[in-house]
Design a protein around this ligand. Structure first.
Ligand code: ITT
Length: 199
């Protein structure tokens, strides 16, 4: 089994919300995180058709370009009544201006009076410069509220109510959201796969 040695790891994302959550998850594991943006790495086009495929593509691109192990996150909001949309297109629904107010309004408009169950998915991939890669996926279920509530977090957080919670991710503190969300669930699987990270 491939081990992840303590040392430098590229965080292969250009999304600041993910950088914050992933840095927090990686922090206790003795890994020095450098960002893809900081290394001037280009943002690859997401040409795959699954979260795991795109996470693998982004991690491999960053590992190959930097010569360091890299971790990438591909995630999104999947709405049951919309056949899983926006799904892997969650970032693209916000357009070039990254307007998630508009993306949330589109989700709400397309939903109308249909059932409002949804889930977040997060695929995490660690890749090495030699092309080896490990990928995992975490999921959290909930419902969508309208209007959006709260200004914390990022992306679709203000309209997502995790099952059993009274506050949306947009209303929760960072610690509360990160305790058990799709990213944390995926990360726990990665730690189990890569024992050296667990120390
Ligand atoms: P990178 O590819 O550079 O990592 P990105 O924002 O383009 O950044 P994705 O293609 O994986 O990343 O898009 C995922 C989108 O799904 C993201 O922009 C958010 O809008 C949404 N999303 C994922 N996780 C989320 C979370 O925890 N809370 C709210 N929205 C989330």
């Amino acid at each position: 089994m491939r081990q992840l040695a303590r040392g430098r790891l590229v965080l292969a994302t250009h999304n600041q919300g993910k950088v914050v959550e992933l840095a927090e998850l990686l922090g206790p594991h003795g890994l020095e995180v450098v960002s893809a943006g900081g290394l001037g790495l280009p943002e690859p086009e997401e040409t795959e058709t699954s979260f795991t495929g795109n996470a693998r593509l982004k991690a491999l691109a960053a590992a190959t370009a930097s010569g360091l192990p890299a971790i990438a996150d591909d995630s999104g909001l999947c709405v049951d009544a919309l056949d899983g949309a926006p799904g892997i297109y969650s970032a693209r629904w916000a357009g070039a201006a990254k307007d998630f107010g508009a993306a949330m309004a589109r989700v709400n408009a397309e939903l109308g009076s249909k059932p409002r169950t949804a889930h977040f998915i997060c695929a995490l991939c660690v890749a090495w410069p030699d092309g080896h890669a490990e990928v995992v996926e975490g999921r959290v279920d909930g419902t969508l509220v309208w209007p959006p509530r709260g200004g914390n977090g990022f992306g679709y957080d203000p309209m997502f109510l995790m099952a059993g919670k009274a506050q949306t991710y947009g209303e929760m503190s960072r610690a509360e959201k990160e305790a058990d969300n799709h990213r944390a669930r995926a990360f726990r699987q990665l730690v189990a796969l890569l024992p050296a990270v667990a120390g």
